[in-house]
Design a protein around this ligand. Structure first.
Ligand SMILES: [Zn+2]
Ligand SMILES: [Zn+2]
Length: 119
């Protein structure tokens, strides 16, 4: 399904199997290196997958594929998170820039009741 696959390992002896080297020994495989793909050479390691999805068990070969997958499979979840972030930011801003609500509230002046017992 995915594009990602484990790169084959190159044995340390770097020999092909021939009549002189019929099988790779344990030493050949010790420190065997993964084949480097030339097209991946310039790609920073954080861009090389697989990228596990935060919402399910799937792993995607590229960031783009992950975003694509999430935007389809977890659309609602992503929107909820986005909304939550916006709400949270707004809340934080309001809390930060306004004084406590009680201090802001104008004091209610008590009206003197006009009583019959005037001076
Ligand atoms: Zn070998
Ligand atoms: Zn997912």
């Amino acid at each position: 399904m995915g594009l990602y696959f484990d790169p084959p390992l190159v044995p340390r002896c770097r020999q092909h199997l021939t009549q002189y080297h019929r099988a790779h020994s344990r030493e050949c495989w010790a420190g065997a290196q993964a084949v480097e793909f030339p097209q991946m050479k310039d790609v920073p390691s954080e861009l090389i997958g697989p990228f596990p999805c935060q919402f399910c068990e799937r792993k995607l070969p590229t960031v783009q594929a992950l975003e694509q997958h999430q935007s389809v499979a977890h659309k609602k979840r992503l929107e909820e998170i986005k909304m939550g972030q916006i709400l949270g930011e707004t809340l934080a801003q309001n809390l930060g820039s306004f004084p406590a609500p009680s201090a802001q509230r104008p004091k209610m002046r008590k009206r003197k009741k006009a009583t019959s017992k005037a001076k």
